[in-house]
Design a protein around this ligand. Structure first.
Ligand SMILES: Cc1ncc(COP(=O)(O)O)c(C=O)c1O
Length: 469
């Protein structure tokens, strides 16, 4: 099913992969999203990122070089040609800064075993990060010491637009990208810009608890929409709440069930939104982590009527404390979002944005993702094997193609179990506590990304086994 989905989802199915990649680059260069002289990812890194063969990427690059779009510069890497004329450089306006509204922050404190949603904190390249950070501080200009731009650092918005065009297939420009305080900040901005008190909002059930809370606090009337093996039940949603203002989905890997939203449902969702004049929020929080099959194209890449607001976060791919995420808004909404951002967003710290920007532009981001994908594949295996060894048949694991947690069905009451696990210092969660209505039964959600080795995996599993005994 997934393999079919990926192929069908591809708008340019008749074109071979190298040609599609070539077109993406050409379009991004034409729009000025990739600028003359800018370095593009190496063949090895991009092939790994898009899970294509190196030959395919090489073919695309050769074509782009032969047509003068790119220039190979040996050790200096491949860059966008400086000879290009007539390409437009996307401009990013820099509205004034405004005082920041109070924001509820997520769970803090030392990470617990099996805690959800945290990347591998031990594997983060701290030395490199501190080098990039020091460079930012040393080069800090008076402008960078003033109030930050509410919509984000221009250079980071530019780098994100380039990344999203190439790696996620989003045809966006830098002025559509808003840098916010994580996904939470993105959602807050969307609510301020588009939601009126009492508006109906579709929310996946089970679904991410914090977005539910934030929407409710913003005055939304939440409609819990069931999720099955094809993702959000769009037909059910249309029948029960055709007038909804917003639909919030996690299409790549439904949070927390891990299923992908099927192609027919993606099309039905987009069709409903354009017919109704409603908006779809795509929360693309961890699609980078897939261990089998190709990465799925973003829902936004199918969005011909421009109804999708795309959200990404650095919480999973870097670390949550960096507190940065990004929102891509439809071109028609850019001005409105700029005004709203200027009226309530204080902007995000520019030094942190500068470090992230360097991390992306110098190629570290793509390398880090590749490394983490390999590491998480191994850690997932370690955690699962240890749990199987200690708990035998007491847990039945769902076969999730990606993500950062295991989903294990249990015959026990999952909330009571988690309560006891908390007392024993374990950070797992109960699936039923992610539901608004009675739903998919008892299951445990177990983060595996911080399992450092087989010994630790065994220790954690033994602690859980004692809790479940
Ligand atoms: C479904 C979902 N979306 C988004 C996020 C990231 O939120 P933030 O960027 O605010 O840390 C998470 C984090 O756990 C999540 O589970």
């Amino acid at each position: 099913m997934l393999a079919d989905l990926q192929l069908q989802l591809d708008r340019t199915l008749v074109q071979p992969a190298y040609r599609q990649l070539y077109e993406r680059f050409k379009a991004a260069i034409g729009k000025g999203v990739l600028r003359p002289g800018e370095r593009v990812p190496s063949i090895r890194v991009l092939a790994s990122e898009l899970q294509l063969s190196r030959g395919t990427v090489e073919l695309a690059y050769q074509l782009l070089i032969s047509e003068g779009y790119l220039q190979g510069r040996g050790a200096a890497g491949t860059r966008v040609s400086t000879q290009l004329s007539g390409t437009r450089t996307a401009t990013v306006s820099r509205p004034f800064a405004a005082p920041r509204a109070l924001n509820s922050m997520p769970l803090a404190g030392a990470p617990l075993p099996y805690q959800l949603g945290l990347p591998a904190l031990d594997a983060f390249p701290r030395a490199l990060w501190s080098r990039l950070h020091n460079r930012q501080v040393r080069g800090m200009s008076p402008t960078a010491m003033g109030y930050p731009a509410p919509a984000g650092l221009a250079a980071l918005r530019q780098a994100l637009a380039a990344y999203l065009n190439i790696s996620r297939g989003l045809a966006c420009e830098a002025d559509q990208v808003f840098v916010c305080a994580g996904y939470n900040g993105c959602l807050e901005l969307i609510c301020r810009a588009l939601l009126r008190p009492g508006d109906e909002v579709w929310h996946e059930d089970p679904g991410y608890v914090r977005s539910r809370q934030l929407l409710q606090a913003a005055g939304a009337r939440l409609l819990p929409i069931p999720v099955d093996d094809q993702g959000l039940d769009v037909q059910y949603a249309i029948e029960h709440s055709p007038q909804a203002r917003l639909a919030l989905v996690t299409p790549a890997q439904q949070s927390p069930l891990g299923v992908a939203l099927s192609l027919p449902r993606r099309l039905a969702l987009l069709e409903w939104a354009s017919r109704q004049g409603s908006w779809v929020i795509e929360d693309d929080y961890d699609s980078e982590y897939r261990y089998s099959g190709r990465p799925l194209p973003a829902l936004k890449s199918l969005d011909r009527q421009d109804r999708v607001l795309y959200c990404g976060t650095f919480s999973k791919v870097l670390f949550p404390g960096v507190r940065l995420g990004y929102l891509v808004v439809p071109q028609t909404q850019v001005e409105h979002f700029q005004q709203v951002a200027a009226s309530f967003l204080g902007g995000c710290p520019e030094q942190a944005q500068g470090v992230v920007c360097d991390f992306i532009e110098q190629g570290h981001f793509a390398r880090h993702l590749k490394r983490m994908r390999g590491l998480y594949g191994e850690r997932r295996q370690l955690a699962r094997e240890a749990l199987n060894a200690e708990l035998g048949g007491a847990l039945a694991f769902a076969d999730l193609p990606g993500g950062m947690h295991l989903l294990a069905r249990t015959a026990q009451d999952d909330q009571a179990l988690v309560q006891r696990a908390r007392e024993a210092g374990l950070g797992l969660q109960a699936l039923s506590s992610w539901c608004l209505q009675a739903g998919p039964g008892n299951a445990l959600l177990l983060g595996f990304t911080n399992v450092q080795d087989a010994f630790q995996a065994r220790q954690w599993a033994q602690r859980l086994a004692r809790v479940m005994a």
